[in-house]
Design a protein around this ligand. Structure first.
Ligand code: DC
Length: 224
């Protein structure tokens, strides 16, 4: 059978990764977390003291280091930089604060888009990100645009931070969520926007199970 793709896009904190991972598990397909790929490069910038706005320096980082991805035992993507597993550092606040500047560079996006398409060519995937339905996999069998109210997204981010041992005040997170949406939607290359043929789902008052079921129904209707 030809590999099939599901694209799940939307703003930060809408619940994409939780939902995408569960859909992938139910279908026994691969989950590809493209945000983790952008975060790997931001991690390298943070570690090397590279200015994330400087396209040339960021490109040099891409040339100098080996970045690899592997499916982890929990179905998530594990990210390796020069052979060591850095997955657990990708959501640290210092990495999060650099990532949207890193993701604005055309050279970075081209490279990651290539890697993402290579995954989708080999495996049936559930891929989440910002530009999967619009740019990376325009022919995905099912496209979902998952959103939620900013306050709800900020609360989810806050509890993620708490689990990692960081206490960040809620109003600070609301501000950074709004700021990141703005940067992601206004950037010139591959901005965050809903594909015309994507189904919009607002997760604010829904459980994860409800959303997963809705997506599985879309898959059943569109994939045969
Ligand atoms: O989903 P996330 O928070 O892990 O994404 C991290 C950053 O990467 C976010 O600022 C948007 C960017 N990103 C992107 O530009 N394109 C993607 N396909 C995935 C993420």
């Amino acid at each position: 059978m030809m590999p099939v793709s599901i694209a799940i896009d939307g703003p930060a904190g809408a619940g994409k990764s939780t939902v995408a991972r569960m859909v992938a598990k139910r279908l026994n397909w691969m989950y590809v977390d493209t945000g983790a790929m952008y975060r790997a490069i931001a991690f390298l910038c943070a570690r090397s003291g590279v200015d994330p706005e400087d396209a040339q320096e960021v490109e040099a980082i891409l040339q100098q280091h080996e970045i690899e991805f592997e499916e982890g035992s929990d179905g998530g993507l594990r990210v390796f930089v020069d052979g060591s597993d850095v997955t657990d550092h990708l959501r640290d606040p210092d990495v999060s604060s650099l990532v949207s500047a890193v993701a604005a560079h055309g050279a970075v996006r081209d490279r990651l888009t290539e890697w993402q398409r290579a995954f989708a060519k080999r495996y049936s995937v559930v891929m989440d990100g910002r530009d999967i339905g619009t740019v990376v996999l325009p022919n995905a069998a099912v496209k979902v645009f998952l959103t939620a109210q900013p306050e709800e997204r900020a609360r989810r981010r806050q509890s993620e931070f708490l689990q990692q041992g960081f206490h960040v005040p809620l109003d600070e997170i609301v501000q950074s969520v709004i700021e990141r949406d703005r940067r992601d939607s206004e950037r010139e290359i591959a901005p965050l926007r809903q594909a015309e043929d994507a189904v919009r789902i607002d997760s604010t008052n829904k459980t994860v199970e409800q959303i997963v079921d809705q997506i599985l129904q879309l898959v059943a209707a569109h994939v045969r």
